[in-house]
Design a protein around this ligand. Structure first.
Ligand code: HMG
Length: 445
């Protein structure tokens, strides 16, 4: 069968940085370690005054097209995933195509454009759509541009404020890709939930604690459904497991759940039994509560074992490094986690070619998807070309007073002018509103 997957990835981070331990925690009256240790977050990225979901997506896509030497004629499809859209009719992909047409001779009139919505999992759904389009043989030799772009802002003084972020991930999907090939087996866990939603409002209504339980429940279902297609998974099957990462602490909880599930009935459970016993089986307990207590105790023991720690440090920790510096990027988050792991491997000379990743996506509302990917020979070169480290390093570090202004500037209900903190440099910028209340964009040399 044709190999289809991700051939190139480019990232654009919002140009501002809010330091959570130094700047945010003191104003909230919190211990900085709640952020750095509890949530696992050091900083959040924010958009500067001239940035939004279109500029971030267009700038990531432009860099990707330039690096690959692509022209509009090569692009058969532009899919944008976002949960920060500002228009209920005209998709963000049309604005991004309009931006790109300012800097290329050709146009994207032949390209199918759309916008996917299902909270954070829309990024993976767009990726799946693009892969399916190519596997169906409808692409006529062209590739698909998939862009996940969000300004993940929460209402001021709400529980989610600590987990904000802004940025875009652009992915180029082709046959014979350089980075990863996607498996055709997928597992889903999907249910009508009201843990996090935006009913015609910019900032989410969120039940933070319940959202974590829903995340774990849907993830468990998705893994079980995946295994119905592929057979049992074993931790050693996967070099890395990138999860949707609203904040690294959430992944800590999801990882131990996944590990416990995967080692059940295996050599690993057997070897650990002398130290921490076997996993509790439901049939041995009189009540759900007693069973849950036994599971908690087992999990506490499990996370302290060398076997678990070594696995976590190798397969999970490297997926979290970018996220801990930029916060939640919603639709882009799991794609940032994959990229983070690949970058770690490239930088540390880990030969991943032919190895597999288990990609665990999630969107509130709620749905999880698990699929596997096989890393391709060209991944090191493809990932080494990224400028993400420089972008993160060069962000302007805002004070708390500046943060308040930036949040207001990006609040759709306020109309706040704000002098930018940074200078645009060879990029698309927001340039005001047109007569039909459309947003306008310009390329600044
Ligand atoms: P909170 O009340 O601000 O924080 O809410 P907390 O008091 O629960 O503390 C957080 C962690 O820090 C806890 O760790 C504390 O113990 C620890 P845990 O017990 O959970 O392991 N902590 C400390 N650790 C060390 N030193 C200290 C200290 N103090 C506390 N001094 C919450 C946290 C996540 C609820 C909040 O940030 C929130 O509402 N976030 C938004 C919702 C969210 O991100 N949910 C995640 C799952 S849903 C999802 O991922 C989907 C989403 O991306 C949207 C989409 O799909 O579109 C959000």
């Amino acid at each position: 069968m044709t190999s289809v997957g991700i051939d190139a990835i480019e990232i654009h981070t919002g140009k501002l940085k809010l330091d959570l331990a130094e700047t945010f925690a003191p104003e909230m009256g919190d211990d900085p370690e709640k952020y750095t240790k509890g949530l696992g977050l050091h900083a959040s990225s924010f958009p500067d005054a001239y940035e939004d979901i279109v500029t971030m997506g267009a700038n990531a896509a432009h860099r990707l097209l330039e690096r690959k030497g692509l022209e509009p004629a090569d692009v058969g499809r532009i899919d944008v995933a976002t949960e920060s859209a500002f228009d209920n009719s005209k998709p963000v992909s049309t604005y991004i195509a309009g931006c790109l047409e300012q800097v290329y001779d050709g146009d994207f009139h032949h390209a199918n454009k759309g916008e996917r919505k299902f909270a954070c999992i829309a990024g993976t759904q767009s990726l799946d759509d693009a892969v399916n389009w190519i596997l169906a043989g409808r692409n006529r030799g062209r590739g698909a541009l998939v862009i996940a772009t969000d300004t993940a802002l929460y209402a001021r003084d709400s529980s989610g404020e600590a987990t904000q972020g802004a940025g875009a991930v652009a992915m180029w999907i082709t046959e014979d890709p350089d980075i990863v090939e996607l498996s055709t087996e997928q597992g889903y866990g999907s249910a009508d939930e009201t843990d996090f939603l935006k009913p015609n409002q910019q900032f989410p209504s969120v039940d933070g604690k319940r959202s974590m339980q829903v995340y774990l429940a849907r993830m468990r279902e998705a893994l079980q459904d995946f295994e119905r297609a592929t057979g049992a998974s074993h931790p050693n099957d996967y070099a890395f497991i990138p999860f949707h990462t609203p904040f690294p602490g959430m992944v800590r909880k999801a990882a131990v759940l996944g590990y416990r599930h995967m080692i059940r009935g295996t050599d690993i459970e057997e070897e650990l039994a002398a130290d921490i016993g076997r996993q509790p089986r439901r049939e041995r307990f009189d009540s759900d509560d007693a069973f849950e207590d036994a599971i908690s105790e087992y999990v506490d023991g499990l996370t302290d074992t060398d076997a678990y720690r070594e696995w976590y440090d190798a397969a999970i920790q490297p997926t979290l490094s970018i996220s801990s510096q930029v916060g939640n990027w919603y639709t882009g988050s799991v794609h940032l986690a994959r990229f983070s792991a690949l970058k770690h491997a490239a930088e540390n000379g880990i030969d991943l070619a032919g190895k597999r990743l288990l990609v665990a996506s999630y969107g509130s509302g709620a749905q999880a998807e698990i699929h596997s990917e096989t890393v391709q020979d060209g991944f090191t070169e493809a990932v080494a070309a990224s400028t993400v480290d420089e972008q993160i390093e060069q962000r302007y570090d805002i004070s708390f007073a500046e943060y308040e202004q930036v949040h207001d500037r990006h609040n759709h209900e306020k109309s706040v002018e704000l002098e930018p903190f940074t200078q645009p440099d060879a990029e698309f910028v927001f340039d005001g509103w047109g007569p039909m209340n459309e947003r306008k964009y310009t390329y600044v040399e």
